[in-house]
Design a protein around this ligand. Structure first.
Ligand SMILES: Cc1ncc(COP(=O)(O)O)c(C=O)c1O
Length: 351
């Protein structure tokens, strides 16, 4: 038995997949109980009256090229949230298995695990070391039943990158025992190369990427899991049959055109410049008691009076994220970098 099948839930390995309507664009479709007319007035051959291609080939190939992996190593989902959910469902037996997370971090890892009935083990980041990964704690707390280790780099909500060496050491130590999932939702804002380049060397490493952040397509819901093709094949068994809407596919393909990628690079540079300006100005505000560095498109700040800061931002028409619910962040707010006008208005409200 392969290590992926040994790690996965046996009932998922044994599952007979749903046979969706065959994807045969060369033939006219009288096999999927669709309406033959396109409500938009087209000829009905490829409009919204038709189910989409189950795993859309052209988009998968474009993303695989963008992320530097083979198409067999990529699963497309409705945002990276869907991949997090699929991983928990495929690998964690309810009431028996666990995932490990490093708080303060993105909440969906624990939520998806709990929905699946998996336990959540914590190995907190080290606040006094700039929220660095505690390698030893991760390895120590990984029980035999820990199937997934979620590491977020850059981390949400703290904004810092995790040390590549630590993440790879954890993957090496857990080889064959657990899957180490690196969430790179914000990697484009950091200038750091993706760990996708190490996937072949570390088969128990998986990488999450998304078009929601630097590519500006949060509304389209398009994310990817990059991993060993056996893991991709396993998750492809349980993703709903027509998961990626046609409108998402066309929005994503258009966003990945050479012209749009070029424009996106200029937007990214503008956002990074705005991030430094905002950080500089926040650092000078007396009501801010601590400001953490950021490798993402947000900054985390600690306020003398977080309630007052939330109220003043709202009266300027702006919503920032209350981060006080995260462990160790009792007075912190997370601020997404906006346009220069929005950032100026926010600063004005706090001056
Ligand atoms: C670290 C992290 N991972 C994943 C996601 C989910 O992104 P997506 O829009 O791809 O589902 C988010 C969203 O905020 C995030 O912060």
């Amino acid at each position: 038995m392969s290590w992926v099948h040994a790690l996965a839930r046996p009932e998922i390995v044994a599952l007979r997949v749903y046979e969706h309507a065959a994807w045969r664009p060369d033939l006219e479709r009288l096999h999927a109980n669709e309406l033959p007319w396109d409500p938009a007035g087209g000829d009905g051959r490829d409009g919204l009256n038709r189910y989409p291609e189950p795993q859309p080939r052209e988009l998968i190939e474009r993303l695989a090229a963008l992320y530097g992996v083979s198409a067999r190593a990529l699963l497309l989902g409705r945002g990276s949230d869907e991949a997090i959910d699929l991983l928990c469902r495929a690998f964690c037996r309810a009431g028996e298995d666990a995932v490990l997370v490093c708080p303060p971090t993105f909440g969906m890892y624990a939520v998806s695990a709990r929905i699946q009935g998996a336990a959540v083990i914590e190995a907190p980041l080290r606040p006094e070391q700039g929220f660095a990964l505690d390698e030893a704690a991760v390895l120590e707390r990984c029980a035999r039943t820990t199937k997934l280790v979620f590491l977020c780099s850059p981390n949400n909500p703290t904004g810092n990158l995790l040390a590549e060496r630590s993440m790879l050491r954890i993957a090496r130590e857990l080889a064959g025992r657990a899957l180490v999932v690196i969430d790179e939702a914000y990697i484009e804002f950091s200038g750091r190369a993706s760990l996708a380049r190490r996937l072949e060397e570390f088969p128990n490493l998986a990488v999450l990427r998304t078009l929601s952040k630097a590519y500006g397509l949060a509304g389209a819901r398009c994310g990817a899991l990059l991993a060993d093709p056996q893991i991709i094949a396993l998750l492809a068994k349980i993703i709903p049959p027509y998961a990626i809407p046609r409108l998402t596919v066309s929005a994503a393909l258009s966003r990945l055109s050479p012209q749009s990628l070029e424009a996106g690079r200029a937007q990214l540079a503008a956002l990074l410049a705005e991030r430094s300006r905002l950080q500089g100005a926040l650092a000078a505000l007396p009501g801010i008691t601590r400001l953490w560095p950021s490798d993402a498109n947000f900054v985390l700040a600690e306020f003398a009076d977080a309630d007052g800061a939330l109220r003043r931002a709202a009266s300027a028409g702006l919503l920032v994220r209350d981060a006080r619910g995260y462990p160790g962040l009792g007075r912190a707010l997370r601020i997404s970098i906006g346009t220069s006008e929005q950032n100026a208005r926010l600063l004005e409200s706090w001056s």
